[in-house]
Ligand binder design. Structure first.
Ligand code: SF4
Length: 663
């Protein structure tokens, strides 16, 4: 695992010499190709900022199959493998490294999508140390900080390219003191070493009491030292209650810990942390992944080695069957009200439905926090969604999030903010539906999602824990708390079934969860695949939605539409058992749906529910439709009800309880 010598980085003065190349990631892929393969050199002044490629998601930088190589140096060989023209990589194997680039530049929201740290690693291990963009997705930005990558804006790039050198503080001063210190140290691992040696000190925050949002309250309780009000922009050290990694990420965590602390490293509180085998069990379903089975097995073996070495809780598959998707099992088994949870997956925020503070982190950050039991937190701004009314019978929490994505996330109102959900509309929702709200905070590029707790929360947890739970540990926002993102009333009565469309990549409209549209305005979209499952839509209530539709269709004598594959996958063993007890499994079989054991994979192209040909159209209850992530076809995101209804009609259709009776 080479390339970790950070001693020389960063210098106090940042400059670009004549030989220091900068790669401009432009909407015109031919320009990218010419820079990488024909030596074309561009300057910011040659381009309009709108020429730069927006929404580069982490799957484009390191598609799932690239991450099967857990060693960052090997990952860098396939940097940007997801950036393709007609299925062919624009940059090519080894192209980024061979190009000798020191900087890279793109448009808005660099690094959206999953939390995978492999994305910034692919640039870092290709020799790139300066990243310029019009804005960054929060987890990606955090991962860059942890790797010591300096991030700047287009004006800084212009000045550097005109021969001006900039002080290091120009790149660090917009961050809080902890993040700035991490950057100045060359990354989180060298920073942690400096912290232990007393070379850096994070002063505790001392303030008078004052009103706080839910995020601020939660982190105030977990902080080490200090007192009083917490505000956005604060950085502090906090105790972590629990966390987890999965087979896609554990190998790197293990490697980074060995590298930082030696082969005999140990972790604090192993019984509070866990490993899950849930993402790659069905990877061979993707013909592209089956030749990579050896690498996937290496990931599994390294996770087992990590688990045995550390003694963390083991949620490995038994006889090839996973106990379930990490986020679902974690909320069922150990995320409690008021907990602070960190895990190596972007949808960790799903735990916020139990009034916990939960969000995803990269492998480097997870390695540091599992070893020491504490982490550094930058307090984000908050945005509140006050839900009123009640959902119509054919509208679900997924539609609420597709609406919020289109109306609020698309114009970055949620970017890097903590999303708070509350109000009487929230109180009318089940815990599983609340989990969908928090889960998709990730697609909103938010820091996390948190739901207010109530008796529904308490009852759901008590049923699973078997001991009394109280609301005493719950946090609520104070009157007067500051919501920089505003307080937005969402009247659930007004919402209709929605989809997020695959956009039109040929016209520069990427496939994205923010491409919201009412199903009623969509027109006639025939489908080949309907998928119901994933961490977003594999919960008990989701399976109940599929069952409601299937029952009505069955009673009307309907079967799955000809030519459509309808997959239903359980989020956990508990969900599967419940479905069996309710007779839903039998029902699914009768109508012709294909049932898959607990786990995930479709969302990362690693299981049933993916497309394998570009002309295929999928309607899916998963959370994201980034181009190519779940196969080469077109992917529409929709609610579990819409997915199931569409499976019977053969085209994307909103569910109506009497829709089959009239046919
Ligand atoms: S949908 Fe599945 S693959 Fe995607 S983040 Fe959730 S658990 Fe992971």
């Amino acid at each position: 695992m080479g390339g970790l010598d950070v001693a020389a980085w960063p210098p106090n003065e940042i400059s670009l010499s004549g030989e220091d190349r900068v790669l401009f990631l432009t909407k015109d892929f031919e320009l990218i190709r010419q820079q990488v393969h024909e030596g074309l050199s561009l300057k910011m002044e040659d381009l309009d900022p709108d020429d730069l490629l927006d929404d580069i998601n982490t799957d484009v930088m390191t598609p799932a199959w690239v991450c099967f190589d857990w060693d960052p140096a090997r990952i860098a060989e396939n940097a940007y493998a997801g950036l393709t023209i007609e299925g062919k990589s624009v940059i090519g194997e080894g192209g980024l490294k061979a190009g000798g680039f020191k900087g890279i530049v793109s448009g808005f929201r660099k690094g959206t999508g999953s939390s995978r740290e492999t994305a910034p690693q692919c640039e870092r291990w290709s020799g790139i140390r300066l990243i310029f963009a019009r804005s960054f997705a929060p987890i990606h930005e955090r991962n860059n900080i942890n790797l010591g990558q300096l991030m700047g804006d287009l004006d800084q790039l212009r000045r550097l390219q005109s021969g001006v050198s900039l002080s290091l503080t120009e790149f660090t001063s917009r961050y809080n003191s902890a993040s700035a210190a991490i950057l100045e140290s060359g990354g989180l691992i060298p920073f942690t070493a400096r912290l232990r040696q007393g070379e850096v000190v994070i002063p505790p925050i001392e303030r008078d009491d004052g009103p706080m949002t839910m995020f601020e309250h939660m982190i105030a309780r977990k902080r080490v030292g200090g007192s009083g009000q917490i505000l956005p922009g604060d950085s502090l050290v906090a105790r972590v209650d629990s966390g987890y990694s999965h087979e896609f990420t554990s190998a790197q965590v293990h490697a980074f810990l060995k590298q930082a602390h030696g082969d005999e490293y140990s972790v604090q509180n192993p019984n509070k942390f866990a490993v899950f085998e849930d993402h790659l069990l069905y990877a061979a379903f993707n013909p592209r992944f089956s030749p990579l089975e050896e690498k996937i097995q290496e990931l599994r073996d390294l996770q087992s080695e990590f688990q045995a070495h550390t003694g963390v809780r083991d949620y490995s598959a038994v006889n090839g069957v996973s106990p379930g998707i990490c986020h679902q099992v974690a909320r069922e088994e150990f995320i409690d009200i008021g907990d602070f949870v960190q895990a190596t997956d972007s949808h960790t925020c799903m735990g916020g439905c139990s009034n916990a503070l939960a969000f995803g982190v990269g492998a480097t950050e997870y390695a540091a926090l599992i070893e020491g039991g504490i982490t550094f937190v930058s307090v984000p701004e908050s945005i509140r969604f006050e839900l009123t009314g009640t959902l119509a019978p054919n509208v679900t929490a997924k539609d609420v999030m597709l609406y919020i994505l289109a109306k609020h996330a698309r114009n970055e109102e949620t970017l890097d903010r903590a999303m708070e959900f509350g109000g009487e509309g929230l109180a009318s929702m089940s815990m599983d539906e609340r989990a969908t709200l928090c889960n998709m905070a990730t697609e909103c590029s938010a820091k996390t999602g948190i739901c207010e707790a109530d008796e529904v929360t308490v009852a759901w947890l008590e049923e699973r824990r078997g001991y009394p739970i109280t609301l005493e540990d719950a946090v609520f926002p104070d009157a007067g708390a500051i919501y920089s993102g505003g307080v937005h009333v969402v009247n659930l009565d007004d919402l209709e079934p929605m989809v997020a469309t695959p956009g039109d990549p040929n016209r520069g409209i990427p496939s994205d969860p923010t491409n919201g549209m009412l199903v009623s305005e969509l027109g006639n979209i025939s489908i080949d695949i309907a998928y119901g499952g994933s961490c977003t839509a594999g919960k008990i209530d989701d399976i109940r939605f599929y069952a409601d539709v299937c029952r009505n269709a069955f009673l009307a004598g309907r079967k799955i539409a000809e030519g459509v594959d309808f997959f239903i996958q359980f989020g956990s063993g508990e969900v599967q058992n419940h479905a069996s007890e309710q007779g839903w499994v039998e029902l699914f079989k009768k109508v012709g749906a294909e049932i898959i054991e607990p786990g995930c994979g479709a969302c990362i192209g690693a299981g049933p529910g993916i497309s394998v040909r570009s002309e295929q159209v999928t309607v899916s209850a998963i959370n994201r439709n980034y181009s190519g992530r779940s196969g080469p076809g077109s992917l529409y995101l929709a609610s579990p009800l819409t997915v199931a209804a569409s499976a019977f009609t053969g085209k994307i259709s909103a569910y109506e309880p009497d829709m089959f009776a009239s046919n």
